[in-house]
Write a protein that binds this ligand. Structure first.
Ligand code: PTJ
Length: 250
């Protein structure tokens, strides 16, 4: 544990939130993150505060649906960006191993330095966990149609050919582009109003670390897929926020 981590008192009411923030800061120091990563994280924290820093019932239902769709997919892939790797690399490697599918590192602000740091981190964690998950993204040979520049780069054996893509903390453009390619896009985003949330096939309005831990528990139960109504799920999450807020001072 670093000196700074020791300074956070475990009895602090928001201890877990502060420790999660520290994971982002530490990954930033290792060169894994975009400059705006902490701002994106802060936006997520604000929504997490509003949902009570807990997995709400609609998020748990959505997580079961995600498990079902990943299990029935012909070619699933977990697309991870800097923040997702900083926060839950161990959990996502476990999930990829449960599903026997690859992880593809796919980042919005793509630089060779960041890709190197993220690949090294995931490979190290893979070894530490004794897993053999295929890690893609280092040698892109295909493009996501409609996304210009480095952010459109992807790997043909991964995202490009996948029928189902899990995308935590995605940006709206890429989510739309993946949906446009005919894929099932499974989104994790604390903001139920984001473009990614609205465009995803199934959106889980939950903190990515909590989501990943829940998914690990749910996959072995092999839940069946349903006729998922994503807008209804998002509306439930929004209702939870507004109802909690409405009664806050009563
Ligand atoms: O690693 P890169 O280059 O792909 O860049 C990643 C970031 C996250 C910087 C980039 O994609 C970005 O700027 O994202 P946005 O547009 O700020 O969107 C991030 C979304 O994720 C927001 O809607 C946040 O509410 C949500 N979010 C942030 N932290 C979490 C989260 N959702 C779930 N769990 C979190 N911990």
């Amino acid at each position: 544990m670093s000196d700074e981590e020791n300074l956070v008192d475990p009895s602090h009411p928001r201890y877990h939130s502060l420790m999660i923030r520290k994971k982002v800061a530490a990954a930033g120091e290792k060169g894994m993150l975009a400059d705006s990563a902490m701002i994106a994280h802060g936006r997520g924290e604000a929504f997490d505060y509003l949902i009570g820093e807990q997995t709400i019932p609609s998020a748990l239902a959505a997580t079961k649906e995600v498990a079902a769709r990943l299990l029935r997919a012909r070619k699933p892939v977990l697309s991870l960006n800097g923040n997702a790797i900083a926060l839950a690399s161990q959990e996502f490697l476990t999930i990829a191993s449960q599903l026997n599918c690859p992880i593809e590192i796919n980042i919005f602000y793509r630089t060779p330095e960041r890709m190197g740091a993220l690949l090294a981190h995931l490979k190290l964690m893979n070894t530490k966990l004794g897993l053999d998950v295929e890690i893609l993204g280092g040698v892109p040979d295909a493009r996501i149609p409609g996304l210009e520049g480095p952010r459109g780069a992807c790997q043909s054996s991964g995202i490009f050919e996948a029928d189902t893509v899990l995308v935590p903390l995605e940006d709206g453009d890429r989510c739309e582009a993946l949906v446009g390619m005919g894929k099932e896009v499974l989104v994790i985003d604390l903001n139920p109003l984001s473009r990614s949330s609205k465009r995803g096939t199934v959106t889980v309005v939950d903190e990515v670390t909590r989501f990943a831990k829940n998914l690990i528990q749910i996959i072995p139960e092999r839940p069946p897929a349903t006729e998922w109504n994503n807008i209804q799920g998002l509306q439930s999450a929004l209702n939870h926020i507004t109802e909690t807020m409405a009664n806050k001072f009563v």
